[in-house]
Structures are given as structure tokens and as C-alpha cells.
Design a protein around this ligand. Structure first.
Ligand SMILES: [Mn+2]
Length: 433
């Protein structure tokens, strides 16, 4: 892999990240401990564990993907990085290095804490079992950490570009396989193998490959089902590189060419994605990006004949969300859902106009968001008598009945918010149509 960020860049950014938090936490009123976490046992599988990934808060501040460590902060003493001691078992089973760690180990943590007795302890990251602390204070600190993490630095962006490049190669390998008779699982295998060949450490999430009606299941796990001629195939997959994710969706036609209506539906979603990305720039509210995507889909569905009426009203009434039933995207970076889960306390009173928004805040330079509008024919939604009653006039239900089974279309790219606009990090991924 070329263009790996140099270690010196990582050291510079770790200092910058920790300095930013030291200012925010100067008055935290205690010791902050950030735990890496420990491997989690697989129930009933004896000593097997799930793949270990250090807690994202620990990884962000140490760049160390190893279990057991604790990063400590005290307003007077600054940062102390306690790593896990290396045991004989670690060397026997996992080939841990012969040399002991040069810095402090977690065996010294209790002594360090008792020398600061009286200072309350606040845990972030993954606290050890039985740790006592103040979860409300932790939530306050986590909020400021999430604010720092939202702006991606050059090391993070370099890793995300590597992840995007591996994913682009993976999708390019999948496209020629989309022929009648090939299975979802076969496509998943070849796609992931190509991602690994291009430097992916793992996939950032379970790869989604859905053919035909399965394309209408938002997170469909690939099966042995074989594609039929003229179906749509929805692929949502992303390589992970040094902890950083890409998250990309394309919808392709089996056989390489969209049939008439498929072409129109794909065009609607593509226009919605372009319109949403076009609007991405600092200061714009994320809910506005969501509204524009929904409005463009409403316009497209009116043109196709599925919806009737004024597109703005179809957004207001909720009719369009029957076909676009998820948020337009989320933060992506250190993991496929990056630093976006923390509610924005100061906005508690702002009404949420749309369902399912994973973030609800204005865009800032350095954020990376997914923009992923979709348009689906989901029987569980569209066969609901309540929905059919409520939107009796706005929807051509007989046309919907004919389209059940078509599946759906989603197009998703990862978008970096720049000082004056946006850059699509993932536009090397092949898009047909
Ligand atoms: Mn996504």
C-alpha cells in the first residue's frame, strides 16, 4: 500500500487530539480513564472470542488496537498511557513480543489512582466489569470527545481514502459477476476477497448483497439465491483499513443493462443523491440534506406515476417516506457509525421533522457523512392497510401492487465536508446507468 500516513503524522495528530480534549476537560473535576476493552467471549464456544477491536474512543486517542489498556487523564498530570502487561500466555498463544512494555502498565493503575485519592473517576471507552463511576459526567465528556472526533484529521482521511480505494476495487470485481445464475453469496465472496487483496483489514460491516425482491431488505444478508435475468442487485459493502471504514452502496442490473422502469427508478435515486451532495457544505443542517433527498425522490415518483400531487406536500404528508423509509446517511470514519450517537443536548427542544435521522446537526468542515438515498418497494410497509388508507389519493396503489417484487435501489457515497463545499471520497466505485 502506498501513501500510508507516516508514524510522525500519527504522533502529531495524537498530540493534537489529546490537547483538544485537555482543554475541554480541564474542569472535568476528576480523573478520566478511557478503557480499550477486552475480548468478548462467544457464548457457549468455550474460549473463543469475537474479533477484538479496541473501543473507538481509546483507539482515537492511542492509535493502539490492543486489549486491556487504559489511557488516563488528570487535569494536573496530563495524559498517562497504561498498557496491558504481557503474560507468558500472550507470548505462547499469540506471539506477543519478548520485551516488556517500556511505559507504565495497568498493574500500576491502582497505585496511580490512590496517589490522587479523592478525585472522582470518570470512565469512557470500555470500562472494566464492576467499575464504578458517574455515568452522567461520562456522557458530558463523551459529548466533547464526539465533537473533536467529528472533524477528521489528515491521518484519518488518508486511511479513509485507502478504505475507499479497496472498496472501489471490490465493487469493480463484483460487477462482471452479476449474471443470471450467479448467487448473492458468490458475489459476496469475490467482492470481499478483492477488498482484502487491496489492503482491507476486514469489512467494516456485514456485506449486503440482495437480488430481486431481496434488494428491498435494507440490511440483507447474502444467501445462496441465484439472480434471474433482468433483476436488480443491491450491494452495500465497505472495506475497513486501520480502523477506518468506507460505506458504499450501488444498485446494478443483472446482465449489465437496466430495463425501462429500472432505469427510471435508478435515475430518480441518482438524482436524489446528486441533489443532496450538491447541497452539502458547512452550516447546512443535515435535516435539510434529508429533505432535499426526499423531495427529489417525490418528484421522481410523480414523474414515474407512483405518486400523485405536489412533491413538497408528499414530503410533508409522509407519503414519500413509504418508499424512502430511512435517514439519508450518518457519520462515517472510525467505524461505520462514527461519533454520531451522542444526542445533541442543546437541541432537545428542536422538533425532529423526519423519522430515523441518525444525526441532526449542521455540517462542519472535516466531517465525513454517507449520503445514501434509497427507493424501495417493501411489502411490510406498502401492504399495510393503515398506510393505504392514509395515502389513498397520493399513491397509485395498483401500480405499487405491480411493482412489489422489484426490490429497491440505493446509492451511497462517503462525502467529506470541505471549507466551501464537499468532496466525494468514493466516486471511483463503478456506477452503472
Ligand atoms: Mn451507510
Amino acid at each position: 500500500m502506498s501513501d500510508r500516513p507516516a508514524d510522525a503524522d500519527i504522533a502529531t495528530q495524537l498530540t493534537r487530539r489529546r490537547d483538544a480534549l485537555a482543554s475541554a476537560w480541564r474542569d472535568a473535576g476528576g480523573v478520566v480513564l478511557i478503557g480499550a476493552g477486552t475480548p468478548i467471549n462467544r457464548p457457549g464456544r468455550d474460549d473463543l472470542t469475537y474479533l477484538f477491536e479496541a473501543h473507538s474512543e481509546y483507539l482515537y486517542l492511542t492509535d493502539r488496537n490492543a486489549p486491556g489498556g487504559v489511557l488516563a487523564f488528570h487535569p494536573d498530570d496530563g495524559w498517562v498511557d497504561f498498557t496491558a502487561p504481557i503474560t507468558v500466555d500472550d507470548r505462547l498463544w499469540s506471539g506477543a513480543p519478548d520485551e516488556d512494555p517500556t511505559g507504565p502498565t495497568t498493574a500500576e493503575l491502582d497505585g496511580w489512582l490512590s496517589a490522587r485519592s479523592g478525585a472522582p473517576v470518570i470512565w469512557l471507552g470500555s470500562p472494566p466489569a464492576g467499575a464504578t463511576h458517574d455515568p452522567e459526567r461520562a456522557q458530558e465528556l463523551r459529548y466533547s470527545l464526539a465533537a473533536v472526533r467529528r472533524r477528521k484529521d489528515p491521518v484519518e482521511l488518508a486511511r479513509m481514502r485507502q478504505a475507499a480505494a479497496a472498496t472501489a476495487a471490490a465493487f469493480a470485481a463484483a460487477v462482471p459477476l452479476l449474471r443470471a445464475g450467479v448467487s448473492e453469496r458468490e458475489v459476496q465472496i469475490e467482492l470481499e476477497a478483492e477488498a482484502f487483496r487491496h489492503g482491507a483489514a476486514s469489512m467494516a460491516y456485514d456485506t449486503i448483497v440482495g437480488g430481486g425482491p431481496n434488494a428491498a431488505v435494507l440490511h440483507f444478508m447474502p444467501t445462496g439465491r441465484r439472480f434471474q435475468a433482468d433483476e436488480l442487485v443491491l450491494i452495500d459493502a465497505g472495506a475497513q483499513y486501520r480502523g477506518y471504514a468506507s460505506d458504499i452502496t450501488r444498485t446494478y442490473p443483472v446482465g449489465g443493462a437496466f430495463a425501462g422502469l429500472q432505469q427510471e427508478l435508478h435515475g430518480v435515486v441518482h438524482r436524489a443523491e446528486r441533489a443532496a451532495i450538491e447541497r452539502c457544505r458547512p452550516g447546512v443542517e443535515w435535516r435539510e440534506i434529508h429533505r432535499i433527498a426526499g423531495l427529489t425522490i417525490a418528484e421522481g415518483l410523480v414523474a414515474v406515476g407512483v405518486l400523485r400531487g405536489d412533491p413538497d406536500e408528499l414530503v410533508e404528508s409522509g407519503a414519500v417516506w413509504l418508499f424512502f423509509p430511512h435517514g439519508v446517511g450518518h457519520l462515517v470514519g472510525l467505524g461505520v457509525r462514527d461519533a454520531g450517537g451522542t444526542p445533541l443536548r442543546e437541541r432537545r427542544d428542536v422538533p425532529r421533522p423526519y423519522p430515523n435521522l441518525r444525526i441532526d446537526l449542521p455540517l462542519e468542515p472535516g466531517m465525513v457523512v454517507t449520503v445514501e438515498p434509497g427507493l424501495y418497494f417493501v411489502p411490510a410497509i406498502l401492504c399495510d392497510p393503515g398506510h393505504r388508507d392514509r395515502h389513498a389519493e397520493a399513491v397509485d396503489w395498483s401500480m405499487v401492487d405491480r411493482l412489489l417484487g422489484v426490490g429497491g435501489v440505493r446509492i451511497e457515497d462517503d462525502v467529506l465536508i470541505t471549507e466551501d463545499g464537499a468532496e466525494v471520497l468514493t466516486d471511483a466505485v463503478p456506477l452503472l446507468g
